[in-house]
Design a protein around this ligand. Structure first.
Ligand SMILES: *[C@@H]1O[C@H](CO)[C@@H](O)[C@H](O)[C@H]1NC(C)=O
Ligand SMILES: *[C@@H]1O[C@H](CO)[C@@H](O)[C@H](O)[C@H]1NC(C)=O
Ligand SMILES: *[C@@H]1O[C@H](CO)[C@@H](O)[C@H](O)[C@H]1NC(C)=O
Ligand SMILES: *[C@@H]1O[C@H](CO)[C@@H](O)[C@H](O)[C@H]1NC(C)=O
Length: 419
């Protein structure tokens, strides 16, 4: 009798324990207690849609190019609108994570620094106008008439050995490109046979014409010849496409299907691979920007820092920090217009540790061309980026301390001499 009662009591106790566990579990599961807190964000951005830059366009085809109303190299009206959408999105996201308040931010809460060119300054302005309407945010920049050393993607090392190594590396990449079909497609699109370059200068065969490399201190690494021309043409196609020109005006209607784009995009990838993606050249060009960024990571100057520069800045930083190869779905290129490398410092309350996550945040081809408004419900794409020397977990986080140690090591090894 007594035994039976004890058994029942024990069973009841077990049942109560299980019930409590279930209730606690359900509570935790649905109460959504955040275990991660966003602490700091550093954004390295490319300006948004600009007009084409090249002076060679008229010589490479007999066909007329689309007419942009803005000056060459300027941010377009559409680019201003698109970058504004990014500003709106980033504010929503960072406000949602508790990193930005509804009040106008101080420099310690949000700091923006842009290269002193029209397209970078105006991109930064578009971003802050929409992120913080009615706030008078100062876009920091250097003297308008001076090149900003931090953003200028030029060679610093003046030694003959450096020049020799750099040219060899670039030549190696150039010689290993396989672009025969792409050149043929491009000649077709341009109607190259009837261009001034062919008729007046006898440059008629992109597969045979010579590509030349040049490395000079204080200048960008230079490639001249068919690969450079092709990159300039594709740049025009892309900007016209993103800017919303009718498809019959974009590459004269010859790129109206996705697989046709892919017949020429290797040329752009190849061009960037040669100019801003070899180890010695990237590490040298990246120095001032890498030092600036290392300082920001070491001594947090602001909760959120936005750096507004160029694709060359992004490419050399990706190389100098040894990022793993990545792939950006729904983007024609590896450094999309308006795209952002977003370094996030998170605090994991369960682990009691700081973690790093890095995403490439960018507007897709469609979002750019159709001018889609961005929001938390329809965000830009987030692609995970990983560093070779900072091991990530299954969710893409690596240890913040590992990241800092690595950054300071490359700084100590290669950079102290220069500053
Ligand atoms: C930049 O140079 C132009 C002329 O070259 C001059 O008119 C203008 O005032 C300068 N701007 C600044 C900020 O120095
Ligand atoms: C220039 O490049 C050479 C070869 O890579 C290197 O040994 C030298 O340290 C570099 N100089 C500076 C100032 O970075
Ligand atoms: C870029 O160059 C690397 C070697 O440096 C090569 O592995 C890669 O395939 C190249 N990518 C393109 C698109 O040419
Ligand atoms: C840069 O080169 C690396 C190999 O050295 C390659 O994996 C990567 O795809 C290249 N990046 C671009 C944008 O071509």
């Amino acid at each position: 009798m007594r035994d039976k009662r004890e058994t029942i009591n024990t069973l009841c106790l077990i049942l109560i324990c299980v019930l409590i566990q279930v209730i606690v579990f359900v509570f935790i599961f649905f109460s959504n207690v955040p275990s991660m807190r966003l602490e700091q964000v550093v954004i390295l951005s490319r300006h948004n849609v600009r007009t084409p830059l090249s002076k060679n366009l008229g010589r490479m085809t007999p066909q007329p190019w689309p007419h942009f109303k803005e000056k060459p190299g300027y941010l377009t009206e559409k680019g201003f609108v698109l970058e504004g959408y990014m500003g709106t999105f980033f504010f929503s996201w960072l406000h949602n994570e508790g990193l930005l308040s509804k009040n106008c931010p101080t420099d310690e809460e949000f700091y923006v620094y842009a290269n002193s060119m029209q397209r970078t300054l105006l991109s930064a302005q578009a971003f802050v106008n929409n992120a913080f309407p009615d706030c008078n945010i100062i876009v920091h920049h250097t003297d308008l008439n001076k090149t900003d050393l931090i953003f200028n993607p030029v060679i610093h090392n003046s030694s003959a050995i450096f020049k020799d190594i750099a040219l060899k590396e670039m030549k190696y990449v150039l010689d290993n490109l396989n672009l025969e079909q792409s050149y043929k497609s491009m000649e077709n699109i341009l109607n190259y046979k009837y261009s001034d370059l062919c008729k007046l200068e006898n440059e008629c065969d992109m597969n045979k014409d010579k590509n030349q490399l040049e490395i000079l201190v204080g200048k960008k690494p230079k490639l001249s010849g068919p690969l450079k021309l092709c990159n300039e043409a594709i740049d025009d196609f892309l900007m016209s496409y993103y800017n919303g020109f009718p498809m019959e005006e974009v590459a004269w209607g010859k790129l109206n299907e996705k697989n046709k784009w892919h017949s020429v995009l290797d040329l752009t990838a190849g061009y960037h691979n040669v100019t801003f993606n070899t180890t010695q050249v990237s590490k040298d060009i990246a120095k001032p920007l890498l030092k600036y960024m290392t300082d920001i990571f070491n001594n947090k100057i602001s909760n959120v820092v936005l750096l507004m520069g160029h694709d060359a800045n992004i490419n050399v930083i990706l190389n100098a920090m040894s990022f793993k190869p990545y792939n950006l779905p729904d983007s024609f290129v590896s450094a999309p217009i308006g795209g952002k490398i977003v370094f996030q410092k998170w605090f994991d309350m369960t682990l009691n540790k700081y973690l790093l996550k890095i995403n490439y945040v960018y507007q897709t081809n469609k979002q750019l061309r159709h001018g889609h408004v961005l929001s938390l419900k329809s965000p830009p794409n987030f692609a995970l980026l990983e560093l070779k020397y900072c091991k990530t977990d299954n969710n893409g986080f690596c240890l913040w301390d590992d990241f800092l140690r690595f950054l300071n090591k490359i700084y100590d090894n290669n950079y102290k001499a220069l500053f």
